[in-house]
Design a protein around this ligand. Structure first.
Ligand code: CA
Length: 267
């Protein structure tokens, strides 16, 4: 049983959902508009939110962003069309899943169970440590060398997924399915963008990776950096570029593409 909040302005759909969810043993609360829904998310802390995108007061996408700003509660978006570009937008903005109207009660129930399972896994008290990087799953906090790193929800999910299997190359397709919940692709660009933001927040880049290594054509590997050599002058690369982190002075043939390859999988 879960505490389900239904944010839906259509009274017929709303009461239908209340009936079918209650029959399956859930405690159901409803909100006829976005602001009331948001208030209940904050005050009543539901386990899962069913969010209609077409709401009378505030657009469903804005409601979703506001929910995401305050809580990591699972959100299932309810939409009228499965090819709706707004569904993709909602998933990119942090929705956990979606259902298309009209939907069968069993289908909705399965989606609810799935998002609750994922949320429970994420909530399991656990700390992942990779070198000086510490990822705490329950409070969703990250520290690097003892300093807090502020991450967005998606950046955190991406990092946590990689940190669960340190040293292993994680396939991009798996990341798209597990972190973006997009089995059929479509978020590759979003993955690349979030990866680059994550790198920046960890103080590294694709050209100068420390923890996050792209393995071309395969995926991404999170691993602790090698310990600093006792005598750095013995091993400093030509030009000492690691001291400045500046790639702009390498000239046209020394761009980040070739640097990436050299750093990534050389033994
Ligand atoms: Ca509506």
């Amino acid at each position: 049983m879960a505490h389900v909040l239904v944010v839906e302005d259509d009274p017929a759909i709303r009461s239908g959902l209340v009936r079918s969810l209650s029959e399956r043993g859930h405690a159901v609360a409803t909100a006829p508009n976005g602001l009331d829904g948001l208030r209940q998310v904050v005050d009543d802390r539901p386990d899962v939110v069913l969010l209609d995108l077409g709401l009378p007061d505030v657009d469903g996408h804005s409601v979703l962003s506001m929910i995401r700003a305050v809580r990591a509660v699972p959100v299932i978006v309810v939409t009228a069309r499965d090819d709706d570009p707004s569904v993709v937008r909602a998933l990119d903005a942090g929705a956990d899943d979606y259902v298309v109207k009209p939907f069968r009660a069993e289908q909705l129930e399965a989606r609810i169970r799935a998002v609750l399972r994922r949320a429970a896994t994420q909530d399991a008290a656990s700390t992942l440590t990779v070198g000086d990087l510490v990822v705490e799953l329950a409070p969703r906090t990250v520290t690097l060398e003892g300093r807090a790193v502020e991450l967005s929800r998606r950046e955190f999910d991406l990092l946590a997924h990689l940190a669960a299997r340190p040293g292993e190359v994680v396939n991009k397709r798996e990341l798209l399915a597990e972190v973006w919940h997009q089995v059929y692709g479509g978020a590759e660009r979003s993955l690349d963008v979030h990866l680059s933001w994550l790198r920046r927040k960890l103080g590294e880049s694709a050209a100068e990776p420390r923890y996050l290594h792209s393995v071309r054509g395969v995926g991404i590997r999170l691993a602790a950096p090698d310990p600093a050599p006792d005598n750095p002058s013995d091993t400093a690369p030509d030009g000492g570029s690691e001291a400045t982190g500046n790639t702009s002075d390498r000239g046209p043939d020394g761009g980040s593409e070739s640097t990436d390859r050299v750093h990534d999988e050389s033994p």
